[in-house]
Design a protein. Structure first.
Length: 127
């Protein structure tokens, strides 16, 4: 029973990592294309931020699939050294994912705020 679980787990890890690589690669291609168009057409810097925001979303998706593969790998690991290696990689990916998500949320929050008329500063709240 343990042999078939290990066999299918190894295949799932390969598949999840393959999906992650594909997602990140497609996102990188989209970002590269967008930046080339941006430079050639000399569009606004705001559009450059939109391109990087889209790329960050692709990275979050890829990291999520990689973390899933890491979780499966820890369930079939047989040595503490392997578990430690996978655990360290998972922690790094989790931190990357956390900071990317935080940056995305910060941008979403800024986009929700109404634009201020030129020359006006936001009011500061007093407590």
């Amino acid at each position: 029973m343990e042999e078939w679980l290990t066999f299918f787990s190894e295949k799932a890890i390969i598949a999840l990592n393959g999906v992650a690589v594909l997602i990140i690669f497609l996102g990188a291609l989209q970002a590269l294309y967008g930046m080339i168009v941006l430079v050639i057409t000399r569009r606004s810097p705001h559009e450059g931020r939109v391109i990087w925001l889209q790329f960050a979303r692709w990275l979050v998706a890829g990291l999520t699939f990689q973390l899933a593969g890491d979780l499966i790998e820890t369930s079939i690991s047989t040595t503490w050294q392997t578990i430690a290696r996978v655990g360290i990689v998972a922690v790094i990916r989790t931190f990357l994912n956390f900071f990317l998500e935080r940056d995305l949320e910060e941008v979403r929050q800024r986009q929700r705020e109404p634009a201020l008329p030129s020359g006006k500063l936001p009011e500061q709240k007093t407590t």
